[in-house]
Structures are given as C-alpha cells and as structure tokens.
Design a protein around this ligand. Structure first.
Ligand SMILES: NC(=O)C1=CN([C@@H]2O[C@H](COP(=O)(O)OP(=O)(O)OC[C@H]3O[C@@H](n4cnc5c(N)ncnc54)[C@H](OP(=O)(O)O)[C@@H]3O)[C@@H](O)[C@H]2O)C=CC1
Ligand SMILES: CC[C@](O)(C(C)=O)C(=O)O
Ligand SMILES: [Mg+2]
Ligand SMILES: [Mg+2]
Length: 347
C-alpha cells in the first residue's frame, strides 16, 4: 500500500462551470437518478430539458417542479449534452430515437457504463462520450444537494472529440452536487465491472442473502420472528451507519468486546473460502461479459427469471414481519424529510 492514491479526485474549487455556460442539458428519464440530476442542475442554474415518452407518468411530477418536458428525441435535438438516465435495459432503444439528433461536438453522458462497455450502444465518432456516476441511489443525490451537501461521484471519458470532454463532465458533476464531495477519475470498464460486482456480491445480492439466511437460521431454531428481524435486518442499518462514518474501526469500537471477539473469530467462518471462490466466479462473469449477455437475453425474453425472483423476494416472510414491526415503532422515517418519508412508504 502507498500513501498516495492512484486516482485523481476533483473538488468544486477545481471545476470551471463555464464549460456548461450556454449549454442545454437533456436529462432522459425522471426516475431515481434522472429526477436528481434534472432538479440539481436546474437549481444550479443550468438550462435543463427532461426527455420522456408521451404517456410517461413522470411528465407531471417533472412539470410540477418547473422543468421543461419533451420527448427524448425533441430534448436531444435541443441539447448540447444528453444525459441518458433511463434504465440500462431500455437505453439502447431510447438511443435509437436520439441518435439522429446527436450533432458534432455534442456530449452523450451516462451514469453507468453498461451499454458502452458491453457494446449495446455504439455512439458516432463526432460526439464526446462521458460518465458522471454518483456512488449513491438517486434519491440521496437529491437529498444531499438540498441539504447543501454532496455525493461522491465517478468521472470517465470514453471518447473526447472536442478536447473539452473532461471539463464539461466535471462542470456537470458540479451542477448535480458531486464535486462538493469529490469526483474520482476512472474508466468505463472499471466503473461498470466494479459497480456490477459490488451490487451483486456485496451491496444488494450478498447482503440480502446474508440477512435472509441469518433470519431463517434463528426462526428455524425456534426464536421469534421479531427477535430474528431486529437482529438480522433492523440493526444492520445502525451497524452500517457506524462503518459509513468511521470505517470498520468505528464499528468495532462501538460494539461490545464480546461482539468484537465473536465477530472477529466467527466472521470468516461464515464468509469462508467457498464464498471467496463464489465471488471470484461472479467477478469473472462480469468481466467476460457472461452476466451482460444473460441480462440482455433475459430482457429480450420479457424477464421470466427476474419476475419470478422479484415476487419470491416480496413474498419472503421477513418482509411481512418487517412491515408489521415497522408500523409499531416510532422510529420509522425519523430524521428524514417529508418527501423522502412519503417516497419510502409509497415504494
Ligand atoms: N438507481 C440508482 O440510484 C443508480 C442508477 N445508476 C444508473 O443510472 C441510470 C438510470 O437508472 P435509474 O435512475 O435507476 O432508472 P429508473 O428505473 O429510476 O428510471 C426510470 C425513468 O426512466 C423512464 N423509463 C422507463 N422505461 C422507459 C422506456 N421504455 N422508455 C422511455 N423511458 C423509460 C421512466 O419514465 P416512465 O414514467 O415513462 O416509465 C422514468 O422516468 C442507469 O444507467 C443506472 O445504472 C447509477 C447509479 C445509481
Ligand atoms: C448499488 C446499486 C447501484 O449500483 C447503485 C445505487 O449504485 C444501482 O445500480 O442502482
Ligand atoms: Mg452503483
Ligand atoms: Mg449499479
């Protein structure tokens, strides 16, 4: 390990927002990332137009926030920077609509590299292709911005025809609030592969399985559902908050010595060499394109596996137990703003 990081990190003071002056940004999609980018850019003084399909249910919420709305094609026609923030699986189809409107010197921008890295979208040579990928769910990108705080983000340049691609992307990152926290330089390949691995093995897939298996182990052994829920699901957030604030050290410092000894001696019995081998396998499928090919085919077949697994997850007992328990306790939504509370309850 060296004292120096190998990546470059950019902050607000390094960014010249004049690279966005006189530019119009088309934000395609108004979902998790789309609403955050569109609103943050708008409030940062950038000219924004939101691109949505004619019958989109997102049209009204976007208009209600004072944003201009058009179809994706019309928005792209008017824009100098087109930020593609519809789901990864629909981006290739939406791209077909906007491609005729990408003029010399325009920027095609992403928040995740899947479609560029796995060649699902092949942009023309006359545009810049960049990425600003907030390392956070979109609703927190928005919430942090509103609080005057930032969300760390990644910057990558895939194609620089204007010679200004990086500076423009940084100005965009400043507009959505990422440069307040720091923008780390990377590549499309590195962002795509680490993001997919992270969400599959650790952040979403790994942790959800760990929670469910822990819960099932306790319930199968005769303990109550409430105890199992609190121990394996609810307290997870409190433990992760400590890691977020001060790393593993802050967590180990805060828990009891008994927890620390038990965790340090038993943790690697749970996450053992088999799990390491499984992680290597998952990473390999990301790197060799096997996962990407599978996900594209799954969508072409109308998502049979996704639909079944999505339903099974909703039907898991822990979800029903959690819903009942959360309704009984006053801490639900505490400290969150009203919008966020409403959103979480509606989801
Ligand atoms: N979710 C996140 O926090 C993160 C996402 N990313 C990346 O950001 C990008 C956007 O992801 P995310 O924000 O999750 O996307 P969402 O699923 O939240 O996008 C929903 C938006 O896309 C529109 N949309 C959905 N389907 C279509 C379609 N067929 N045609 C046109 N518009 C459509 C929806 O409008 P409608 O009302 O018409 O359905 C809605 O406005 C992805 O590349 C993702 O990998 C990166 C970091 C984190
Ligand atoms: C962890 C999931 C994520 O990669 C994200 C919020 O960063 C995503 O694709 O949604
Ligand atoms: Mg991610
Ligand atoms: Mg992701």
């Amino acid at each position: 390990m060296t004292d120096e990081f190998t990546t470059e990190i950019h902050y607000e003071e390094d960014v010249d927002e004049s690279h966005l002056a006189n530019s119009t940004v088309a934000v395609l999609g108004y979902g998790s990332q789309g609403h955050a980018h569109a609103l943050n850019l708008h409030e940062s003084g950038v000219d924004v137009i939101v691109g949505l399909r004619e019958n989109s249910s997102s049209r009204e919420p976007a208009r209600a926030e004072g944003l201009e709305v058009a179809t994706a094609a019309e928005a792209a026609k008017q824009a100098d920077i087109v930020s593609v923030l519809v789901p990864d699986t629909v981006q290739p189809a939406v791209y077909e609509e906007i491609e005729p409107h990408l003029e010399e010197g325009d920027t095609l921008q992403f928040a995740h590299g899947f479609n560029i890295h796995y060649n699902q979208i092949r942009p023309p040579e006359h545009v810049d292709v960049t990425m600003i990928a907030p390392k956070s769910p979109g609703h927190l990108v928005r919430r942090n911005y509103e609080r005057g705080e930032g969300t760390p983000g990644l910057l990558a340049v895939y194609q620089d025809t204007t010679g200004d691609a990086k500076e423009r992307a940084l100005a965009y990152a400043k507009g959505i609030g990422c440069a307040r926290a720091g923008v780390v330089e990377t590549t499309f390949r590195e962002e795509t592969e680490t993001d997919l691995f992270g969400e599959q093995a650790v952040l979403c897939g790994g942790i959800a399985e760990l929670i469910k298996v822990g819960y099932e182990t306790l319930v199968d052994a005769g303990y109550s559902e409430e105890m199992a829920y609190f121990e394996c699901m609810n307290e997870m957030k409190l433990i992760v908050d400590l890691m977020y604030e001060g790393g593993l050290g802050a967590m180990w410092d805060s828990v009891s010595d008994t927890a620390e000894y038990g965790g340090l001696t038993r943790g690697d019995e749970i996450i053992d060499d088999n799990v390491r081998a499984n992680m290597d396998e998952v990473l390999e499928q990301v790197q060799n394109g096997e996962f990407a090919t599978e996900w594209v085919a799954e969508n072409q077949a109308n998502r049979p596996v996704y639909t079944q697994l999505n339903q099974a997850e909703k039907d898991h007992e822990i979800e029903e137990v959690g819903e009942r328990l959360r309704a009984l306790f006053a801490w639900e939504g505490e400290g969150e703003d009203e919008d966020e509370k409403t959103r979480v309850q509606a989801d």
